[in-house]
Design a protein around this ligand. Structure first.
Ligand SMILES: CC(C)(COP(=O)(O)OP(=O)(O)OC[C@H]1O[C@@H](n2cnc3c(N)ncnc32)[C@H](O)[C@@H]1OP(=O)(O)O)[C@@H](O)C(=O)NCCC(=O)NCCS
Length: 196
């Protein structure tokens, strides 16, 4: 759990106007493992993702391949992500043991973006990784299709491992039998040394 300054955006604007800060409110933010009872809430923040995908991630977390984590603010889920320690058997790249642990599908509810939640979430993931005895964290992003996420990771100290993004074809079948596939440009980034 951490304390999140919910008035940061407001204070930024006040500082630009050079007016005094009148009051501060803090809101506790919690990063915790997702449970099956969260699936409806996860659908609420991203309707495009099938319920079975959330359920399968919670199943894979029970098998210790991954952690499926949610960011909760005042008891309401605002984001989620997969922290991958081993790629689950159902993933098309299951044999790939490189660039782990890796953050996959970091997502903040659209209405809650640009308030520092993504930064907070990623910093909490880094603490989890350090507590698990690792000193690096990896994340992949399409720098052309998703320039703001790319810029955010660079700002947080992540460095690209390659000069150019490469094409990644992925596919999997969820536990409802629905097939998911895609082809993305991907650049792998690595955190700075987290234990220093
Ligand atoms: C990428 C993502 C997770 C970032 O989450 P976020 O909560 O918006 O991240 P932050 O608020 O910490 O930072 C985002 C930006 O807002 C700015 N910001 C943060 N707090 C702010 C505040 N209080 N006031 C104004 N701006 C603020 C940051 O400077 C940053 O600016 P930048 O984009 O120019 O670098 C989110 O946009 C998202 O879910 N996108 C869709 C899914 C996705 O693309 N995921 C990444 C896959 S690799």
């Amino acid at each position: 759990m951490g304390w999140f300054d919910d008035t940061r955006g407001m204070r930024d604007k006040q500082q630009k106007r050079q007016t005094p800060i009148l009051f501060l409110v803090t809101a506790p933010l919690v990063v915790r493992d997702a449970a099956l009872s969260d699936v409806e809430d996860l659908k609420r923040i991203n309707n495009a993702k099938a319920s079975a995908v959330h359920r399968d991630r919670i199943r894979d977390a029970h098998e210790s391949y991954i952690r499926y984590l949610v960011l909760e603010q005042r008891g309401t889920i605002s984001g989620y992500c997969v922290l991958v320690f081993r790629r689950p058997p159902s993933w098309s790249d299951t044999a790939d043991g490189e660039h782990l642990p890796q953050v996959v599908d970091l997502y903040i509810e659209p209405e809650q973006r640009e308030r520092g939640l993504g930064t907070f979430f990623l910093r909490q993931l880094e603490s989890i990784v350090v507590n698990a005895g690792k000193n690096r964290l990896f994340i992949a992003v399409d720098p052309v299709g998703n320039p703001r996420a790319h810029a955010l990771y660079l700002r947080l100290g992540y460095a690209p491992l390659e000069r150019e993004p490469h094409r990644v074809h992925w596919h999997f079948v969820d536990s409802d039998g629905e097939s998911h596939e895609g082809c993305d440009w991907s650049l792998t980034l690595r955190s700075s040394n987290l234990s220093t």
